[in-house]
Design a binder for this molecule. Structure first.
Ligand SMILES: Nc1ncnc2c1ncn2[C@@H]1O[C@H](COP(=O)(O)OP(=O)(O)OP(=O)(O)O)[C@@H](O)[C@H]1O
Length: 449
């Protein structure tokens, strides 16, 4: 009887020879070999999606190769294990020319050449979305149609969505891939009406193999565009063409999105992307530093990753800032220099201290209610919850006293503010959706404040 590590090393090599580096890292790299008996090998995987993929695509190979290895007649058992695989950049492409600071776009498809699976760092928070995206690029229109990626600002949804496009084109260079933001879709549609070129518009959107529509939440208030998109969706779906959508929230949380679209968006798979943990943030920074040929000590990368915890775009911005600072000072990047460079960032944001009225504006806009309702006394659920969230954010993100917050919310008592804060704090531990909404709101407030 061989030992499990020996057998697993053999299987890994077999898989490596057959798979693309990205597939290998995603499916095989995420596995923990658990136990080996006379008749079974048990492999631990991080999610249901991995389990399904293994069972449908890879277990037969394990059976075959176990036999090849030593006449072993073994059935694989795939088990979901709690802990997710550690953050790891997906296989780095060797010696690729640096595409430069300005992103290049593939003609026609409008894909940013930097947004590939190779440059995407996986970790807790995006592992499931990454795996789903990979499945879709390998088998478009089959398993998860549409794929709906949702989550807060700057967490890599556009990156992943475009990576699907790149990967599909790599497998099939003839494929017709179209990437648009929901606003571009709406503009194209309106232009086609004005110039009487509806037929051309339909040709353009319905003759694709893969349609990627980014930030679908902006469809909310566009009635005619939704109507057109409904027909585009149906035409593609019926022809088994893949559709991938992103949004900052789940379909049923997008205000004024027609029910029939909501239900169609749920036909496939919806996966959320949540903010990366520290380990993943460090890996993202390291990847980026390598790509830019920057020499940055590990403790400095950890320091920067510790400063910015919710938004990858900001994380990248912080690195650029440190880099600029080092260039100005003609010195190597160190932790104390990074602290200096980022301190000025914090100071300038402090000058801009958030106001309660700004929080009210952002929260009201997010939940599509009026600021006066937010400050008023109405007790309906659609208003009470946003009101409590706004109070919670006012307490968390400003220096204002409790009575002052109460006063700004239409003269409420300070105990109401305490109650709202407690309520939301607790609800966030029970409801991941609500938690994601609060994180998203904080993000928006940070970005603008
Ligand atoms: N896991 C990751 N690995 C590497 N880069 C990442 C990762 N996540 C995000 N990024 C980078 O962060 C930046 C922002 O990501 P992206 O634009 O895809 O976010 P988003 O979720 O679509 O945000 P928005 O809602 O604002 O459109 C991009 O430069 C992207 O390459």
């Amino acid at each position: 009887m061989p030992n499990i590590d020996e057998l697993w090393a053999y299987l890994e090599e077999k898989f490596r020879a057959e798979m693309t580096p990205v597939s290998f890292t995603t499916w095989v790299g995420a596995v923990k070999p658990l136990t080996l008996t006379q008749t079974t090998i048990t492999l631990g995987v991080p999610s249901q999606l991995h389990k399904t993929y293994w069972e449908q695509n890879l277990v037969t190979k394990v059976v075959e190769w176990c036999y090849e290895f030593g006449n072993l007649e073994i059935s694989p058992v795939i088990k979901i294990v709690g802990e997710e695989a550690p953050a790891q950049p997906v296989a780095k492409k060797a010696e690729e020319p640096d595409p430069g600071v300005v992103p290049t776009f593939k003609e026609k498809t409008h894909l940013n050449s930097k947004y590939t699976f190779e440059t995407f760092v996986t970790g807790k928070g995006n592992q499931m979305a990454h795996a789903a995206a990979l499945v879709v690029s390998e088998e478009p229109g089959v398993l998860y149609n549409p794929l709906f990626l949702y989550g807060g600002v700057g967490l890599g949804k556009t990156h992943l969505m475009q990576a699907i496009g790149h990967q599909l084109l790599e497998y099939n260079p003839q494929a017709n891939v179209k990437y648009v933001t929901s606003e571009a879709f709406a503009n194209d549609f309106i232009n086609s009406l004005q110039t009487k070129k509806q037929e051309q518009f339909r040709q353009e959107y319905r003759n694709v193999d893969l349609l990627l529509v980014d930030d679908i939440q902006f469809f909310g208030d566009k009635e005619a565009t939704q109507e057109e998109f409904f027909h585009t969706f149906n035409a593609l779906y019926e022809n088994k063409k893949q559709i991938v959508l992103t949004s900052d929230r789940l379909p049923n949380e997008i205000p004024k999105l027609q029910e029939r679209l909501v239900s169609r968006f749920k036909w496939g798979l919806s996966v959320d992307v949540t903010p990366p943990d520290l380990e993943t943030r460090i890996a993202i920074l390291r990847n980026k530093a390598n790509a830019e040929h920057l020499v940055i000590p590990d403790d400095t990368l950890s320091y920067i990753a510790g400063q910015i915890d919710s938004n990858v775009r900001e994380l990248e911005g912080a690195l650029v800032r440190v880099q600029a600072y080092a260039t100005m000072e003609h010195a190597d990047i160190t932790t104390s220099m990074a602290a200096e460079a980022l301190k000025s960032l914090k100071l300038s944001s402090k000058d801009n201290e958030l106001s309660i009225s700004h929080i009210q504006e952002i929260v009201a806009k997010y939940y599509q209610i009026s600021v006066s309702d937010l400050k008023g006394k109405k007790r309906v659920k659609q208003i009470v919850m946003p009101r409590q969230i706004a109070m919670y954010l006012a307490r968390e993100m400003t220096e204002s006293s409790l009575p002052k917050i109460g006063q700004e919310f239409g003269g409420k008592d300070h105990t109401t503010v305490i109650h709202a804060h407690e309520k939301i704090t607790e609800a966030m531990t029970l409801d991941d959706n609500l938690k994601a909404q609060v994180i998203e709101l904080k993000n928006r407030l940070h970005n603008r404040g």
